[in-house]
Design a protein around this ligand. Structure first.
Ligand code: ANZ
Length: 842
């Protein structure tokens, strides 16, 4: 079978779209609704495009093309998130400047994306490493700085000696760097920190109205980790200081039988009694070597008594003060009141060290567990007795506040965002230091460009590689004319992606970040598609910056991304094994949902898919697939694999399937030998059945694209194509809508067919075929009617009529009516599509 000439066609239409600027968007058009559909722009890595990239990009492209045909003014841009560690690490290895590597990678990515026929407005391309772009990243930092939302702080940070840099919490996993797996230690350093905690509540509240995956919203909620509770002060007899704790369960105060300080707590030295000093010192040393994760995850609770006591204000009892590493220094106040009756960790600790346990909430009858954390009635709790948990909390807080023992308090897991990196390949800060004091540079001194460096390796000191650029480093503050020193840190990789969606709206504006009218017209992003690995960091950081810009009046919407969808990871090809031995795909057959050997179906085959990785050797190169089957078949396959959000294995064999489908569509309309239209393309009027199927397909494809159910949209088009082959010929009036329906999914072929059907211009802005419900109900069936077992007539009914409708039609039929006259209808049965049975008496 000679396939359709996809290479020529795809190159031809890519050229056409480019020269005609088919997808460039220029004006605010108030006469049409706008639609902003955004992809998470890629980091242009040295490996080129991965088959995972085009999954989300194809989905968004289908929506963009569909919305254009539906009359929307569509913004669909693409750019590069190009600062970051890999280019710098590659530079360190090979001596190639990150700028050169980045440019090369960007060019490769761009070529690959263009070869897939995505309808981006390429005139809006942005690159986060371009000084015209990062000038505005710096400008936003200034806004943060001037509002007190960027500050410097001496903080314990992760220091990775191997990488020669500090890392953010999220870049360190189990005490090792996420990139490279090098050992990291905590070390105090002066750092830029962004006050994201000030936006904790706004970031939480904003989630409610977003059309985002529930799991992503939940991850953000957990990351922010709001806890409502109280702070309570505990007096220490013979000591003026008090121990302040944070608790989410002030109602359990009567059950606080001991206290625990984090080993790092500042009061430990002052409280520890002489006989306990050695044990405490030894324990503190041991705790310092554990990561936070180890400390929270460990099963066996350990700790040491300080020798000191505090007073439980609720009942006046003296309770011992311990230190234990299950209490973390960085959360709450770094100290707790321990309530073993209601807290499982405290229960375990109390059991281990024989500390008293008092239940203050009555567990339900038959409760066999240890600590009881559920709701119930307060017991052993003086004035709280008999109250349920929520009421008891409120009563206790009122009592604490009245007596000066404590107050209501909200706590967050969210920490301020460490915003400095000791790297070369990042945005410089728009900051200079005069006598050690940071000053923001005036707007006209921006951008602060990266100096050319010969040696951009991390210096190994917290100063970073920029400290070596002497001429750049020592400068004059343009505002005061005084000698000043530049900031030598750069911004983290997340900075540029925090606001790129705004720059796409007005990418060439040299005067402002974005023109306010344009911003008002295009924002918010209507659909954002990208990987779930960004569920927290990128998506939380971007929302944070956006809210700051909103409060400052630079943007008009409180949230940037209204609807968010994560495409599912594409795994490698299924790998087949029998007893652990690899078996070739050809030898395997699928029986139902099981795999067996083709020749010996009694032998089960284990089929498993793994994440694509170089080490496993199962990475699929999209270029090769496009070369073999064409971009349209590739796009179609990625959408046909299964639901967009689902994790699914790749199968090159199945790309052949979508390729064959496209061939069938092609041959329905084109006759290659005659280099003209196919003979099957008929001038005749379509039959009712043909119209019914067409309109059914229009309805399905439209609904499915709206709901991002591309796999079922493709199935519907396959069914229509199959039916057309059965009809023997395809009326021309049906060929055109078929091509239009195919256009968002397989745009190159659709454009070519459209042209061959006699249209001069691109179909990109052709109105989407409209679905007319009347065609769906025109189809009728002829149904025989029996009365008391005898055939008495035939009636015509709509094919989708229900039982009641059909019976009514039967009873109203003239012939049938004659047999029913004067008789009583006992029973009426409709066997759908087959027969009506009437039973009469008299
Ligand atoms: C007494 C109590 C009784 C508690 C009870 C819980 C249940 P979230 O929800 O995570 O905020 N806590 C407070 N600070 C801590 C720290 N630095 N390290 C370890 N644990 C800490 O949890 C708050 C609860 O975790 C607090 O409420 C405290 O234990 C503990 F029946 O206080 B609770």
């Amino acid at each position: 079978m000679a396939g359709y000439p996809f290479k020529t066609i795809e190159a031809k239409w890519q050229r056409y779209w480019e020269t005609n600027k088919t997808f460039s968007v220029t004006a605010i058009d108030k006469s049409r609704p706008k639609y902003y559909v955004l992809d998470m722009f890629p980091y242009p890595s040295g490996d080129g495009l991965h088959v995972g990239h085009p999954e989300g990009y194809t989905a968004s492209d289908i929506v963009a093309r569909y919305k254009r045909m539906r009359g929307f003014n569509v913004l669909h841009p693409m750019g590069w998130d190009a600062f970051g560690l890999p280019a710098e690490q590659y530079a360190i290895k090979t001596g190639t400047h990150p700028k050169i590597t980045t440019e090369k990678n960007v060019n490769r990515f761009r070529t690959q994306l263009k070869a897939l026929g995505f309808s981006y407005d390429w005139e809006r391309e942005v690159n986060t490493t371009d000084p015209h772009y990062y000038r505005w990243t710096q400008w936003i930092f200034k806004q943060l700085f001037e509002r007190g939302l960027a500050y410097q702080d001496e903080k314990p940070v992760w220091w990775c000696a191997e990488l020669g840099t500090t890392l953010a919490n999220e870049e360190v996993i189990d005490g090792k760097s996420e990139i490279g797996g090098f050992a990291c230690v905590r070390r105090p350093l002066r750092q830029w920190v962004l006050k994201i905690t000030e936006y904790a509540d706004a970031l939480l509240a904003g989630l409610d109205d977003l059309d985002w995956p529930a799991s992503t919203k939940e991850m953000q909620r957990n990351w922010i980790g709001r806890s409502d509770g109280a702070e309570i002060d505990f007096a220490i007899p013979g000591n003026a200081r008090r121990i302040r704790v944070f608790t989410t369960r002030p109602d359990t105060l009567f059950g606080a039988t001991y206290m625990v300080l984090a080993p790092e707590h500042e009061l430990v030295d002052a409280l520890t009694t002489k006989p306990q000093k050695r044990a405490v010192a030894a324990y503190r040393e041991q705790a310092a070597s554990k990561s936070e994760l180890e400390r929270t995850a460990q099963k066996d609770k350990t700790g040491v008594f300080t020798g000191a006591y505090a007073v439980n204000a609720a009942n006046g009892k003296s309770i011992p003060i311990w230190i234990a590493d299950y209490v973390l220094a960085g959360y709450g106040t770094g100290a707790i009141m321990a309530v073993p009756g209601q807290d499982q960790r405290d229960w375990e600790f109390a059991t281990e060290y024989a500390l008293p346990i008092v239940r203050t909430v009555a567990p339900p009858a038959g409760f066999a567990g240890e600590a009881y954390t559920g709701d119930g009635v307060a017991i052993n709790s003086g004035f709280l007795d008999g109250l349920r948990v929520e009421d008891a909390k409120a009563r206790m807080i009122a009592w604490l506040e009245a007596g000066g023992h404590g107050a209501r308090r909200v706590n967050y897991k969210l920490r301020d965002w460490l915003f400095s990196r000791q790297r070369y390949w990042g945005e410089p800060f728009p900051i200079v230091f005069i006598d050690g004091e940071p000053r923001a540079l005036p707007d006209d001194a921006l951008p602060v460009t990266l100096p050319e460096l010969e040696d951009f390796r991390p210096s190994g000191s917290p100063e970073g590689p920029l400290a070596a650029a002497r001429a750049w480093l020592e400068t004059v503050d343009p505002t005061s004319g005084r000698p000043a020193r530049r900031e030598t840190n750069t911004m983290p990789q997340w900075a540029g992606s925090c606001w790129y969606y705004l720059r796409f709206i007005d990418p060439h504006n040299a005067k402002r970040l974005v023109d306010p009218d344009l911003e008002k017209y295009w924002m918010p992003v209507d659909l954002y598609i990208g990987g779930s690995e960004h569920a927290v960091l990128h998506l939380l950081y971007a929302r944070f910056w956006h809210k700051v810009l909103y409060d400052a009046g630079f943007v008009s919407t409180p949230e940037p991304f209204i609807k968010l969808v994560h495409q599912g990871t594409i795994l490698g090809e299924l790998e087949y094994t029998v007893n652990g031995e690899r078996v070739a795909e050809d030898l395997v057959e699928k029986h139902g949902d099981r795999f067996v050997l083709r020749d010996r179906p009694e032998v089960p085959v284990d089929a498993r898919a793994y994440k694509m990785s170089k080490s496993r050797g199962n990475v699929v190169n999209p270029d090769e697939v496009v070369e073999r089957f064409g971009a349209d078949a590739f796009r179609l396959y990625e959408m046909f694999m299964g639901p967009l959000e689902q994790v699914k294995p790749w199968s090159t064999r199945s790309v052949d399937g979508t390729h064959r489908f496209l061939n069938r569509v092609w041959r329905l309309i084109v006759d290659e030998r005659r280099d003209g239209l196919a003979e099957t393309l008929a001038d005749r009027a379509p039959t009712a059945e043909e119209l019914r199927l067409l309109h059914q397909t229009i309805a399905t494809v439209s609904e499915d694209i709206e709901a991002l159910r591309f796999n079922t949209a493709i199935s519907a088009l396959m069914e229509l194509t199959n039916a057309a082959y059965k009809w023997g010929s395809l009326p021309k009036t049906l060929a055109e809508p078929l091509v239009l329906l195919l256009a968002p999914l397989a745009p190159h072929m659709a454009e070519e067919l459209w042209q061959r059907l006699g249209h001069a211009a691109s179909l990109a802005y052709e109105p989407w075929p409209s679905y007319e419900p009347k065609y769906l109900v025109t189809a009728t069936l002829e149904i025989p009617v029996q009365i008391n077992g005898k055939m008495r007539g035939r009636i015509e009914v709509p094919s989708d009529a229900d039982e009641q409708q059909v019976i009514e039609l039967a009873r109203a039929d003239e012939t049938v009516l004659r047999y029913l006259e004067g008789k009583e209808l006992k029973r009426a049965i409709y066997v759908p599509g087959r027969i009506v049975n009437l039973v009469v008496a008299g």
